[in-house]
Design a protein around this ligand. Structure first.
Ligand code: IDP
Ligand code: MG
Length: 140
């Protein structure tokens, strides 16, 4: 079984979409392994998105991500990384396929409601960014 990191971004938490978003993943057969709500500092947001440090949107993105609470969760399932990316949809909600979370709830290319790891390597990094080993034991 594969694990991936999903983050509900501040726009999703602010609009009371936590339950709806988790339901979508559960209905597609993904299991919640670990879950937490927290507010990231600007420094933590910059560390989480460090791969984008040279992109023009880095400053605005990290201000936004640290502007309110987020929900981080580890989801498990067959091909979880790819499956979650499909359920989330394209970065720009306007380009995301019908029925995807970003198409349903995303506000714009930055405030697109959810994050999902894009590879095995980033999933491992992002899971350990939010969760310690002892928080990752229970899969049932
Ligand atoms: P992804 O989340 O679909 O993998 P990335 O290109 O990795 O998209 O970008 C990370 C995040 O940065 C996006 O989810 C979005 O919040 C933000 N972002 C990406 N491109 C832009 C942009 O052109 N303008 C503003 N924000 C952006
Ligand atoms: Mg990405």
């Amino acid at each position: 079984m594969e694990r991936t990191l999903v983050m509900i971004k501040p726009d999703g938490v602010k609009r009371n979409l936590i339950g709806k978003i988790i339901s979508i993943f559960e209905e597609k057969g993904l299991k919640v392994v670990a879950l937490k709500k927290m507010k990231l500092s600007k420094e933590q947001a910059k560390a989480f998105y460090i791969v984008h440090k040279d992109r023009p949107f880095y400053e605005s993105l990290t201000n936004y991500i640290s502007s309110g609470s987020i929900v981080a969760m580890v989801l498990e399932g067959k091909d979880a990384i790819k499956k979650v990316r499909e359920i989330i949809g394209a970065t720009d909600p306007a380009e995301a396929k019908e029925g995807t979370i970003r198409r349903l709830f995303g506000l714009d290319k930055e405030k697109n409601t959810v994050h999902g790891s894009d590879s095995l390597e980033s999933a491992q990094k992002e899971i350990s960014f939010f969760f310690s080993e002892s928080e990752l034991i229970a899969a049932e």
